[in-house]
Design a protein around this ligand. Structure first.
Ligand code: CP
Ligand code: NVA
Length: 320
């Protein structure tokens, strides 16, 4: 796969202007990103780059919340492709306080070729996109983490190939769960989601995922028993029990999520060669044990590496 082939597939498949949600993709655009990401990974590991921006290109990187993986992979990825990312924290721009979101969008569009934003409220991203003359990419909101899901499914393809699989989500029906479920459904996987009562994914997201699954031949099953979700699964995924922005709920959540810990006993119910995903950062000893995170079935370091390649592929296709 060359960049030009991937770009032609992307262009021919109704590509999105903004990337706020997995619902901005279809099976063809999703596959174009993943195929280019695989090829870019092989090239980068050999010290080569499949794509470099022909013109001077700058992107604004707005982060209202902390980040290790997303920030480093974006900054390094942009550098490798000959672009520059400007890192802006909430204390710098105070989006919505120092200045209205729509005015920030209008300013940025005069200086940069794209805006990447990690925000508390998904509605802030929608407002940025509404008033932005340049593409806006979601680097995590309370609703979705669509850059993460691309890396997740790339890692699944590396470990298991592209055939339909049984994917189990155990824990909070949160932003990462939303994007993973949507992309899994778009690509035809069987998805089982086990959350405590009251922490299921959002209804509208589930409806959209069901619609994708109906088209792709996948399925979505909602459960409250982690053992039933993990039974004979090919992939087992968990995330923190307390996402950024939900810290005041910590005590109540810890009690309810305890039976959902991904430990060796739970993992033994999955297929013997099942792979383990976690978007990271992990709270070792809470949602996942050391033995599982550091075990032979853990794909989390590949998954973290793939944040780099998938974001590069996405940005090259959207802005190249
Ligand atoms: N998985 C992820 O988005 O990590 P960061 O919060 O460190 O960016
Ligand atoms: N669900 C987590 C993901 C962090 C990458 C959060 O939103 O904090």
């Amino acid at each position: 796969m060359t960049y030009e082939q991937a770009k032609a597939n992307w262009q021919a498949s109704n590509p999105p202007r903004h990337y706020l949600s997995i619902t901005d993709l279809n099976p063809h655009t999703a596959q174009a990103v993943l195929e280019l990401a695989h090829a870019m990974k092989r090239a980068t590991r050999k010290g080569q780059e499949l794509f470099r921006f022909a013109r001077p290109t700058g992107l604004a990187m707005i982060f209202e919340k902390p980040s290790l993986r997303t920030r480093v992979t974006l900054e390094v990825g942009l550098y490798q492709m000959g672009a520059h990312g400007v890192y802006l924290t909430q204390s710098d721009i105070q989006m919505g306080k120092r200045e209205a979101v729509m005015d920030i969008a209008r300013n940025l569009g005069r200086w940069v070729q794209g805006v990447i934003a990690r925000v508390f409220l998904h509605t802030a991203l929608e407002e940025l996109a509404r008033f932005s003359e340049v593409p806006v990419i979601n680097a995590l909101s309370d609703r979705e983490h669509p850059c993460q899901a691309l890396a997740d499914l790339m890692t699944v393809q590396e470990w298991k190939g592209a055939q339909p699989l049984t994917l189990a989500w155990v824990g909070d029906g949160n932003n990462v769960c939303h994007s993973f479920t949507l992309l899994a459904a778009l690509l035809g996987h069987r998805m089982r989601i086990a959350t405590p009562e009251g922490y299921a994914p959002d209804d509208a997201i589930l409806q959209q995922a069901q619609a994708f699954a109906a088209q792709s031949g996948g399925s979505i099953e909602l459960l409250h028993d982690p053992r039933a979700a993990v039974a004979d699964a090919d992939v087992v995924y968990t995330d923190v029990w307390v996402s950024m922005g939900y810290e005041t709920e910590r005590e109540a959540r810890m009690r309810k999520f305890l039976p959902f810990q991904l430990n060796e006993e739970l993992l033994r119910l999955a297929k013997p060669d099942a792979m383990v995903l976690h978007c990271l950062p992990a709270r070792r000893g809470e949602e996942i044990t050391d033995a599982v995170l550091d075990g032979a079935q853990s794909a989390v370091w590949d998954q973290a590496e793939n944040r780099l390649h998938t974001q590069k592929a996405l940005i090259a296709l959207m802005l190249g």
